[in-house]
Ligand binder design. Structure first.
Ligand code: IVH
Length: 697
């Protein structure tokens, strides 16, 4: 880490943690509660602001997404934003912790000032913990249901919602006009427990279970889940007479057959009373019969909403209050080390069993050894465990007042606990550098087969363990050599399931280079980096040739991806020198080269999947930012066309932006472009650039 200033080192470490936990979350296996993730992002944002980090280089530039492959996506009429949160970690301009009451009061005073009023009505509602849904009703009939997606466009889940049978298909008494209603799909606890008891492999929690169910491609059986809906907003309307306050709107929705928790709302014009209601509401949580993760405080005057406006992420008319998560003390019996897919050694707390937020906890991740030291965790300590209503428990702190004499400090391993290879440290993490480590092999193969990588139908984690232990599979290419008979001989497998796995493997051969790269668990190569590398190099051969040149310190190669001049951008967006060193060294390693050879041997497609990338001179290598509504192209279409022509699309404007494409009602991005002197073009000019794409290649 050399002489880098402390804040920058911390920022880089935070960025690393955020990327890691985001990937784990997206993979459906979060390791920390949402609240802890939010804290990381918040600290990152504070620090990045302090250091004046360029927006385009920030890890928080891209909002979270819930798009799923295979689902049609449709642009939301009005973006689905999220709410600003009152946070226990916020600090004021002097760096002093800011109590929640002060944060809410500051938020409320800002709203009074913006609206130039003395008082404002507030309405407080429970924040139901499910998945957001946007429901379009035309002439009173449900026409389409969309998930939040990336906030701009969502996945179509109309079939699934209709099959559910608990969302009104007709709004009673509404016969004309159009409405876009926002709400939450959630799984009541009793229904969840009943359904879960029927499954071999129980679902982790109601929220994730609900998200998974609503993304089932075949909706058959969804009606048996008992998942329900809850309406909280009309986000867009045309030709329907609507009430003018949120309270009346909720009543209006209830009168038309929508589920709304009218008995749970509270109205006041005092921010202090609003906060008291939120605090007191915690005691009612248990009796609700469904999970809520906080409260929402909204201005109870819908006519003010347009005047209040929004940032790119949050509307100004509401703010979320999150409940503090449940914390329980227990004894730390031992610390064990687990080995991850890229060799990362993670300390795991072995705990005296303790019941937290609905389940008995026996193990908890301790994240990394630096964190362990920072928290001064010792074996024998009384530690506090938190789940935040989420999935994976964690040790939040040590109760030092209970520390006994014999509490033992933990010394990080100097070698891999599984294979004994000498461990290496990189930044805050410790790794086993042996790619042949049995634990790494198992974890890598699990990842390779997983949905976010090669998506091999039928090859779940239990089966991966079996093919490793019983059929000697060691490398991804070995998987493609598996035969039906061998697979059929494994536990809980028969001829049919074995055939399904072999068909799944066959189908996975054509996923393309990006999926393969993601699947190989190369350090720093997640989904986005894999896509960017595949898009730039097009084939595994070109990528590996380049890696060899890079490792041999070929200046031209280094300059291509990591230009010495900080004003110049490398060919791969967001690839810094240190990361490039690590990625290309690993790609050039004999072990990775051997895997590529093996994959080529068994017929896996190692070229970029977007066969139709045809570079267009004006666009290739350039960074575009889209803002406002374009006259004909949807944002997703424009993005796709730019990428197909070899360009990049970024979410925020910086000095490195080449073009801002501005449409109607372009906001702050356009202003920033003008301030920075970035070229602003309209859709017509963009289409003119892209014209060569229309001609046959
Ligand atoms: S108002 C800008 N009211 O909480 C979004 N949201 O970030 C306005 N949620 O995922 C949301 N209960 O789906 C609102 N009573 C409620 C809610 C609620 C749950 C969810 C919403 C979104 C998140 C807010």
């Amino acid at each position: 880490m050399g002489g880098e200033p402390k804040a920058e080192v911390e920022l880089e470490q935070l960025a690393e943690q955020i990327r890691y936990h985001e990937a784990a979350y997206r993979a459906g296996a979060p390791e920390i509660p949402d609240s802890a993730f939010d804290d990381l992002v918040e600290r990152y944002q504070e620090l990045a602001d302090e250091l004046g980090i360029d927006a385009a280089d920030r890890v928080d530039a891209k909002p979270g997404e819930d798009h799923t492959a295979g689902f049609e996506t449709v642009e939301h009429r009005v973006p689905m934003l999220s709410l600003e949160k009152l946070s226990p970690n916020r600090r004021d301009s002097n760096g002093e912790p800011m109590p929640i009451a002060d944060q809410l009061s500051a938020w409320f005073r800002r709203r009074l000032k913006e609206l130039e009023v003395e008082t404002l009505p507030l309405i407080i509602e429970p924040k139901v913990d499910g998945i957001s849904v946007s429901l379009s009703y035309v002439d009173g009939a449900l026409e389409r249901a969309l998930t939040r997606g990336d906030g701009q466009s969502g996945d179509v889940i109309t079939k699934q919602v209709i099959q559910l049978g608990t969302v009104p298909l007709r709004l009673e008494g509404v016969h004309e006009g159009e409405l876009e209603i926002r709400g939450e799909l959630y799984w009541p606890l009793a229904e969840f427990a009943r359904f879960n008891a029927t499954l071999d492999k129980p679902l982790i929690n109601p929220r994730n279970g609900c998200a998974g169910m609503m993304k089932r491609k075949d909706p058959e059986g969804i009606e048996e889940t008992g998942i329900r809906s809850f309406f909280y907003q009309v986000a867009w309307d045309s030709g329907v007479a609507l009430p003018k306050t949120q309270g009346d709107m909720l009543q209006w929705l209830a009168d038309r057959g929508g589920d709304v928790y009218l008995s749970e709302i509270f109205c006041t014009d005092s921010d202090e009373e609003a906060l008291r209601y939120c605090d007191e509401y915690q005691a009612r949580r248990e009796g609700l019969g469904f999970d809520i993760d906080g409260m929402v405080i909204k201005i109870d005057d819908l006519q003010m909403y347009a005047r209040l406006g929004a940032t790119g992420h949050h509307p100004h008319w509401g703010i979320a209050y999150k409940f503090p998560p449940e914390r329980k003390p227990t004894k730390l019996l031992d610390i064990q080390v687990s080995v991850g897919k890229s060799g990362k050694l993670t300390p795991v707390a072995i705990l005296e069993p303790v019941f937290v937020s609905g389940t008995t906890v026996r193990r908890a991740s301790l994240h990394n050894f630096v964190e362990l030291e920072r928290k001064d965790v010792r074996i024998g300590d009384t530690v506090l465990i938190e789940k935040a209503g989420e999935i994976i428990p964690q040790v939040v702190e040590v109760d030092k007042s209970k520390r006994k004499r014999g509490a033992r400090r933990y010394v990080p391993p100097t070698e891999c606990p599984t294979c004994g290879t000498e461990a290496v440290s990189e930044e805050i993490f410790v790794y086993c550098p042996n790619p042949a480590c049995p634990d790494q092999i198992r974890e890598r193969l699990r990842h390779f087969a997983s949905r976010q990588a090669m998506d091999i139908d039928g090859l779940g984690e239990v089966l991966v363990d079996q093919v490793v232990d019983k059929l000697g599979v060691r490398s991804p290419d070995d998987l493609f050599r598996l035969e039906v008979d061998a697979l059929a001989s494994l536990d809980r497998m028969g001829q049919k399931s074995a055939e399904r796995v072999v068909a799944g493997l066959e189908a996975a051969k054509s996923r393309g280079l990006a999926r393969v790269l993601n699947g190989l668990a190369i350090r720093h190569v997640g989904e986005t980096m894999a896509e960017d590398l595949a898009a730039y190099f097009k084939t595994a051969d070109a990528l590996l040739d380049f890696a060899a040149r890079y490792v041999a310190e070929d200046e031209e190669a280094i300059e291509t991806v990591a230009p010495a001049k900080s004003t110049q951008r490398g060919a791969i967006e967001g690839l810094a020198r240190k990361t490039a060193d690590s990625i290309f060294a690993e790609l050039d390693s004999p072990a990775v080269r051997k895997v590529f050879e093996g994959l080529a041997d068994v017929g896996v497609d190692l070229s970029v999947k977007t066969a139709d990338v045809r570079e267009v001179a004006e666009v290739a290598g350039k960074t575009f930012v889209l803002t406002g509504t374009l006259p004909t192209l949807k944002r997703t279409e424009a993005t796709k066309l730019i990428k197909e022509a070899g360009g990049k699309v970024s979410g925020s404007v910086s000095k490195k932006t080449d073009y801002v494409v501005a449409g109607a009602e372009a906001g702050s991005k356009l202003e920033k472009a003008q301030a920075l002197g970035v070229t602003v073009i309209d859709e017509e000019a963009l289409l003119a650039f892209l014209a060569p794409l229309q001609k046959p290649a």
